[in-house]
Design a protein around this ligand. Structure first.
Ligand code: ZN
Length: 101
C-alpha cells in the first residue's frame, strides 16, 4: 500500500547501509567469514562503541535470516558474541529436545 501518504514523507537523510541490529538479531547471525584490520570508523555492532583507527577491528561477514550482513566488532566483543551465539545454540537445542514429542 504505497498510497499518496508516501508523498508527504520526506526521504530519510542518508539511510545507513547497515541497520543497527538488536542483540537478539546478532545472536541469530551466522558468521561466514572473519577478517581483522584497523578500525574503519564503524561502530562495534556489539557494544555500539566506535572502533577507533588505532584499534583492531574484526569484520565478520555473516548471514542473518538469509540476508548477508557485515558486522564490526572489537576483538573482545567478537569473543563475547561468539560465546553468546554458542550458548544460545545450546539452549535452543535443549529446548528443542524438551519440546519434542
Ligand atoms: Zn565492541
Amino acid at each position: 500500500m504505497n498510497g499518496p501518504a508516501s508523498a508527504d514523507r520526506k526521504s530519510p537523510e542518508e539511510a545507513p547501509r547497515t541497520e543497527r541490529l538488536t542483540v537478539t538479531a546478532l545472536r541469530r547471525a551466522v558468521s561466514i567469514r572473519l577478517w581483522g584490520g584497523k578500525g574503519c570508523g564503524a561502530p562495534c555492532d556489539f557494544c555500539r562503541v566506535l572502533v577507533s583507527p588505532t584499534e583492531v577491528e574484526y569484520e565478520v561477514e555473516a548471514q542473518l535470516d538469509g540476508q548477508p550482513v557485515t558486522l564490526h566488532f572489537h576483538p573482545r566483543c567478537h569473543e563475547t558474541w561468539k560465546t553468546e551465539c554458542e550458548s544460545l545454540a545450546g539452549q535452543a537445542a535443549q529446548q528443542g529436545a524438551k519440546n519434542s514429542r
